[in-house]
Design a protein. Structure first.
Length: 375
């Protein structure tokens, strides 16, 4: 090879042999490398014999940095073409076709794309997306609603467990809500009694699927549990504000009165199916309206720790189960006259009935008659 290249440089080859060397140089990188070395050597020393005797390592054909070893961009395409033609017996006939094939995935190919989208294509695509949304969105909403209902049941059980622990420490008595006090005293006494921290009370005292919780979320109220002293000193709008910032969205037991008008706290029996805590409804002149879980379901926790969902979509005020827990035997939203006359009070209600700002707290009869309800 070296002798042929020296003769090539000295123009001392026959035309046939020179053509063979040109072909080698066109296809063999080692020959080209040796030719470049001989040219550099002869330019530096001028001694042909010294250049012919000098030896140097041949270049590595796989060296990535060698500029002449860059693979063609259409190498994969050509290889697949040759394999396909050889398998079909057309290799020799279609050889030129493979060489003339354009490289796959070139910039021009990517930029040219296919046929542009027509208005019909866009319309069909939009229709498919709308159909998928119509199928998927109800399932997502139902899943979210089920998650909120599950959280509500979990919070009810947590509040019930705290109430049972409080009763164990207080001779089976549940947290007392005295006449003239709103039902949020129930939650405050659980915290002051040491069975719940303030953070735990804020968590278990709220149903995430209630209207009140949604309004507080939109208003971004900073929730906290006020002390009994704060509640006792508050009147009017300030009392309503303190009730709102507790985040309580459940109706709780507020005890009963005896024949002498003496108030007594509710008692706790762990194995009773008697309702103890429920989603707080809205009580008005037109009746009782559940506002949690879309207004069609009211979760009720029994003293045994079971949560039962009451389905009350149609005429909830006429549902006997709802009346029994949110009205006394006289059909009034206030504490009854015996332990069996149950009344679960919403947060702004107490044993006397609704807490009306500005009215004397000692008046019971007038406040009890504030929202009469005919069965």
């Amino acid at each position: 090879m070296t002798d042929d290249l020296i003769a090539y440089l000295m123009d001392d080859l026959s035309p046939e042999r020179r053509a063979e060397v040109d072909a080698k140089l066109a296809t063999d990188v080692v020959w080209r490398w040796e030719l470049d070395r001989l040219r550099e050597c002869m330019a530096a020393s001028g001694d042909i014999r010294q250049c012919a005797d000098a030896s140097a390592p041949a270049p590595n054909p796989l060296e990535a940095s060698h500029v002449d070893l860059e693979p063609p961009v259409d190498l994969v395409k050509k290889t697949c073409c040759f394999v396909e033609d050889s398998a079909s017996g057309k290799f020799k006939i279609e050889k030129k076709r493979c060489k003339k094939k354009k490289a796959a995935f070139t910039t021009a190919t990517c930029e040219s794309g296919g046929r542009p989208w027509s208005l019909a294509d866009v319309t069909v695509g939009a229709g498919v997306l709308l159909i998928l949304a119509a199928l998927i969105m109800p399932a997502i909403q139902e899943s979210q609603a089920a998650s909120r209902r599950g959280t509500c049941s979990f919070n009810l059980r947590g509040l019930g467990m705290a109430s049972g622990k409080y009763a164990e420490l207080n001779n089976r008595s549940l947290p007392e809500v005295l006449p003239g006090q709103p039902a949020v005293y129930y939650l405050t006494r659980l915290v002051e009694g040491g069975v719940l921290t303030e953070a735990e009370a804020l968590e278990v005292g709220a149903c995430p699927d209630s209207e009140e919780a949604q309004r507080r979320s939109q208003a971004k109220l900073k929730l906290r549990i006020p002390t009994t002293q704060e509640l006792a000193l508050a009147t009017g709008d300030e009392l309503l504000r303190l009730i709102a910032i507790t985040g309580l969205s459940y109706a709780v037991p507020v005890g009963n009165f005896d024949d002498n008008g003496q108030h007594h706290p509710s008692k706790f029996t762990a194995h009773s199916e008697r309702p103890m805590i429920a989603d707080a409804p809205v009580i008005g002149p037109m009746g009782i309206r559940p506002v949690s879980h879309g207004g069609c379901t009211q979760n009720v926790l029994s003293e045994a720790g079971c949560v039962k969902p009451y389905s009350v979509c149609v005429l909830p005020g006429e549902d006997a189960r709802v009346r029994d827990i949110h009205l006394n035997d006289e059909g009034i939203p206030a504490a009854g006259n015996s332990p069996d006359d149950l009344f679960l009070a919403p947060p702004s209600y107490g044993p006397d009935g609704p807490i009306a700002p500005g009215l004397p707290k000692s008046i019971r009869v007038q406040v009890r008659f504030f929202v009469p309800l005919v069965r």
